[in-house]
Design a protein around this ligand. Structure first.
Ligand SMILES: [Zn+2]
Length: 90
């Protein structure tokens, strides 16, 4: 059973996807732009959500989202919330 959960992670998320830090950098970049455009609130809200869904990595390199585990989902990172945000920002 070792590695069972990790093997279920869709392979499309294993390669070429942003790390949590890279996602925050991208959101901060867009937030800087939104300050000039006069509507920073939506990007600030998005950043707050991403900061909340911060992964924890176990010693055997398995990452999970504690926020989504609280909601009784499996919590595998990237969780559905982060996947949805990454999809829209890519
Ligand atoms: Zn989450």
């Amino acid at each position: 059973m070792k590695g069972f959960i990790k093997d279920e992670i869709p392979s499309r998320w294993d390669e070429n996807r942003m790390t949590h830090d890279e996602l925050l950098i991208e959101i901060n970049r867009r937030l800087d732009v939104s300050y000039y455009n006069g509507d920073p609130q939506s990007m600030q809200a998005l950043r707050a959500v991403v900061e909340l869904h911060k992964p924890i990595t176990t010693p055997n390199n398995f990452s999970y989202c504690p926020e989504c585990q609280y909601g009784h989902a499996r919590g595998v990172y990237p969780c559905p919330t982060i996947q949805a945000i990454e999809k829209e920002l890519s």
